[in-house]
Design a protein around this ligand. Structure first.
Ligand code: FAD
Length: 388
């Protein structure tokens, strides 16, 4: 088999890149390790920056998002059970869109089907060959049969545990990492959200987040110890803990119900450099991870796709400047989102290795944010997404 761009990974970044390239007349094959049902059952991100919203529209997959998504003009921050609002619309004239990653992925799969896009599921043993040559190719096994896919370029969209990043020699790859000493216990419940906007709460017992997917589906999180287990948390214990950490008026309004999903996610900051090696590009979680506090993971995957899509279109028009500079262009934005996610994490969580002084610093910073329009503008500018 031959295609112009071989895409490893059928998550949001691989599917979006494939969809955009196909519309530009560039032929792709997506190789995905899991089944489609498995990919669509993953509960992950829920907040889209406006740049991501516009990219999805540009890819022709914005209709359901525009009909069913929830534009948000702001968020609430809370400290010691009292909240205040950051008004994005007023501060920077922009919004974000609440629309789940599962729905984005579903829309992309349906669009790929309509265009007869080639997405091959249940592939095993993917290997990338000759990425530093002019003739790269990918091998994989499916149903016990070995296959070879020749291509011009390889896009590594295969997430943090994928094979693409591992293909780059250790002598070339630089890794930067911070693992946080806690995780997020999250539940999904078929209950109305406690508020019409997100609430990020800092509390001496630990961080909490009230988020949502739609008017009948809520997503809530509480900070837990790094080694905590889901089995330690009954639904009642979760709701009790959430109530303790959020503003009192929100705790009184909170509607509880059985969880339909419950999981613990570790928190990590990670960046791999460079994001291009020869004819192989890293995209999304394959190159970087952010703690979810700034709602940046999926949005960074979309901005990488933006840069790579334009670079590849340019390359097929005879100008390889974009592909030559893809890594530095993508990384400049990645590091700023890493900084924002890291600083939001530091501001809002309880760190077991920090003492009373740092706790007061967090409170002072939140107090400053509450009363300074300049500080709020900076937070709003980053939260809605820096320009591409
Ligand atoms: C539990 C969890 C919760 C999250 N919550 C949030 C959140 O609240 N907010 C937020 O902004 N972000 C969140 N994120 C991050 C966000 O989901 C990711 O940034 C986003 O999914 C990145 O998209 P991607 O396509 O780059 O990678 P992925 O979504 O990881 O997709 C990679 C795909 O590649 C496939 N793959 C892997 N290895 C191979 C291989 N060898 N061969 C073929 N295919 C392969 C995988 O099966 C997968 O489908 C969360 C992530 C996780 C894991």
């Amino acid at each position: 088999m031959r295609c112009q761009v071989a895409i490893i990974g059928g998550g949001p970044s691989g599917l979006l890149l494939s969809q955009l390239l196909h519309r530009a007349g560039i032929d792709t094959v997506v190789l995905e390790r899991q089944s489609r049902d498995y990919v669509l059952s993953r509960i992950r991100a829920g907040v889209l920056e406006w740049g991501s919203v516009e990219m999805l529209r540009e890819a022709g997959v914005g209709a359901r998002m525009d009909a069913e998504g929830y534009p948000h003009d702001g968020v609430y921050l809370a400290c010691r059970n009292e909240g205040f609002r950051i008004d994005f619309k007023d501060l920077v004239g922009k919004q974000v869109m609440v629309y789940g990653q599962t729905e984005v992925t579903r829309d992309l799969y349906e669009a790929r089907d309509r265009m007869d896009g080639k997405v091959i599921h249940n592939v095993e043993g993917v290997q990338i060959h000759g990425a530093d040559s002019d003739a790269p190719y990918v091998t994989y096994t499916r149903d016990g049969t070995e296959h070879r896919l020749d291509c011009d370029w390889v896009a590594g969209c295969d997430g943090f545990h994928g094979v693409s990043r591992q293909t780059i020699p250790a002598s070339v790859l630089k890794e930067f990492e911070r693992v946080y000493p806690f995780g997020w216990l999250g539940i999904l419940s078929e209950t109305p959200p406690v508020d019409d906007e997100l609430i990020y709460a800092q509390h001496e017992r630990g961080f909490a987040l009230c988020s949502m997917r739609n008017a009948r589906l809520s997503r809530y999180y509480v900070q837990v110890a790094q080694d905590d287990k889901v089995e330690n948390w009954s639904d009642d214990a979760f709701w009790d803990e959430l109530r303790r950490r959020i503003p009192e008026d929100a705790a009184e309004r909170l509607v509880t119900g059985p969880s339909i999903e419950k999981s613990i996610a570790p928190l990590r900051s990670y960046v791999a450099e460079p994001m291009r090696w020869g004819r192989l590009f890293l995209v999304g979680d394959a190159a970087h991870i952010v703690p979810p506090t700034g709602a940046k993971g999926l949005n960074l995957a979309v901005s990488d796709v933006h840069y790579l899509y334009h670079a590849l279109v340019q390359a097929y028009e005879g100008d390889e400047h974009g592909v030559a500079h893809y890594s530095e262009q993508a990384l400049a934005r990645v590091w700023k989102s890493e900084r924002f996610s890291w600083s939001m994490t530091g501001l809002l969580h309880r760190f077991p290795d920090r003492g009373a002084f740092e706790a007061r610093m967090q409170e002072a910073e939140l107090d400053y944010l509450q009363h300074s329009r300049a500080a709020q503008t900076s937070l709003a500018e980053n939260y809605v997404g820096l320009p591409y």
